[in-house]
Every structure is written in C-alpha cells, then in structure tokens.
Design a protein around this ligand. Structure first.
Ligand code: NAD
Length: 252
C-alpha cells in the first residue's frame, strides 16, 4: 500500500482529526513562506528588524507599512485547493479542529469559521500600549510598495499606536488558543501537519504531543519533514495537490 492509501485508511477510521497548517498551505495561493529558497520573505527582509516589539518601538511606520503590505497581498490571494479540501473534511461527520500558524485568513475564506490562530491574525489590529483590540471599522490605506513608511493609527481609548495582533518574536502565544490546541493534540486520533517546517516553537510541539498521546501524524510537505517514527506517514508534494486527493480518498 502506498503512503497516500495508508494515510486515507487511517483518516477513515479516525473520530477526531487535527489539521495543523503552516505557511506552505498558503504557498499555492501565492503567499510566500518564510523559509523557502528564492521566494521566502526572509530573503529580502530581516525579520528581527520588522517582527519584534523592539522594531516597532524604533520604527513604527516601517513595521506598520510592512504589515499593511502583507495584509494587502493576503487580501488579493484566494484560498487554494488545499484550504478547500480541509473545509470539505470539516463538513464530514468527524470532529475536525483546524489549528494554524498562519496569520492570513484563507481558511476562513474557504469556509472554516472556527480556526485556532496560534500566531494571531493580520486582519485584527490591537493597541501596542493597552493591548485592546480596535473598536469600530478601520480603513486600511492602499500600500504602494513593500517598505512604505506609514504611521499607524492611534487607539481611541489611550492614544497608543495600533499594531497588528500577531505574535512577534519573543512574545507568548495567546494562552487560550494554545491551551485549546495542545488539549486537542492530546485527544486526537490523527494530526495532519501541512506545509510547516516545524521549527517555530511551541507550535512545532503539537505533532510531538499528538504522537506522545498515541495519535498518527500525517505530514504533507514538498520535502520530507518526518522523523520516520512508526506512527508517522509522509506525503511529499504540494499541499494543493495532495490534500484534495487525500480528502477525496478519505470521504469515499
Ligand atoms: P515556514 O516558512 O518555516 O515553512 C514552510 C514549509 O512549507 C516548508 O517546510 C516548505 O517545505 C513547505 N512548503 C512550501 N510550499 C509548500 C506547498 N505548496 N505545499 C506543501 N508544503 C509546502 O513556515 P511555518 O512552518 O508556518 O513557520 C513559520 C512562521 O511563518 C509561522 O509562524 C507563520 O506565522 C509565518 N508565516 C505565515 C504566512 C501566512 O500566514 N500565509 C506566510 C509566511 C510566514
């Protein structure tokens, strides 16, 4: 039996499945991942200069402009066949928990309304000073180019600067979200890990938590990212190609 058939067989008998996604699930929608060769965002930008509270303190207009530009890229992208296949799986009779490291909203736009965003979202600004989420509508300006300097809007309550509500280097994960995700990882039958390099912790611990609790972990990635454990199945290829095949086989 090949790995795809093996994975589908395991999926068919599972009651609770976690779909755990990383930047690779959105690569097929044209959103660059962080660490891929040639197209990775980090090849052109030093994340330490843009994705820390310190960077925001030093140059809020550069950091806000960078995130507005990324947000605009996401708004122009569409969910791909992988996001759609995940939504199809969620509509089956199984208990499916979607956990993402992504800060885009492509799972939501594919139809998954309840998504655990471990690293927050580009779509919801919050106040850098009082940490409250923005009240009322916010008009996002059109960003002419990556690197544009744009002064962040001010919080209506405390006049602090607004920042994107994403988890920067050195910051903790939203505690309720991590608790829900790690609890689900301890209880699932299968964790489907899609398009993640597995280096950003603690998010990357979720597959290990699932394995330690007796679950099967199915990896979908362009490259082999498995540890070759007895309960791991590696499916090599683009998520937007493999996921529709896996879900179709699972639901037949
Ligand atoms: P990563 O960039 O470290 O790794 C991406 C992984 O996806 C790699 O292992 C790569 O081989 C694989 N990949 C690339 N294209 C693929 C495809 N078409 N199908 C399947 N796999 C593919 O990303 P990460 O592991 O998610 O961790 C880094 C951080 O990047 C996360 O915290 C996340 O917030 C952030 N990020 C998010 C987005 C987004 O929201 N779309 C984009 C870039 C980075």
């Amino acid at each position: 039996m090949d790995n795809l058939a093996k994975a589908a067989e395991a999926m068919r008998s599972a009651q609770h499945i976690i779909v755990f996604t990383g930047a690779g699930v959105s690569a097929g929608s044209g959103i660059p991942t962080f660490r891929d060769d040639l197209t990775g965002l980090w090849e052109r930008r030093d994340p330490q200069r843009l994705e820390t509270a310190q960077a925001f303190r030093e140059n809020p207009a550069l950091v806000w402009g960078w995130y507005l530009w990324r947000r605009q890229q996401v708004m122009q992208a569409k969910p791909n066949a992988a996001h759609q296949a995940i939504h199809r799986l969620s509509g089956s009779e199984r208990n499916v928990t979607v956990v993402t490291q992504n800060i885009d909203d492509l799972h939501e736009r594919a139809g998954n309304q309840e998504v655990l965003h471990l690293h927050g979202s580009l779509m919801r600004p919050k106040c850098f000073a009082c940490h409250r989420f923005i009240v009322g509508p916010l008009v996002f300006p059109i960003i002419p180019a990556e690197g544009a300097l744009i002064e962040p809007p001010r919080c209506r309550r405390c006049n602090g600067r607004m920042r994107p509500a994403i988890v920067w280097f050195g910051e903790d994960l939203p505690p309720g979200v991590w608790k829900a995700a790690s609890q689900a990882a301890r209880q699932c039958d299968i964790l489907l890990s899609i398009g993640t390099s597995g280096v950003v912790r603690p998010a990357a611990d979720l597959p290990d938590i699932a394995l330690a609790s007796g679950a099967v972990v199915i990896h979908v990635n362009n490259v082999d990212v498995s540890m070759n454990g007895p309960n791991e199945i590696m499916l090599i290829g683009p998520a937007e190609k493999i996921l529709p095949q896996l879900i179709a086989l699972t639901l037949t």
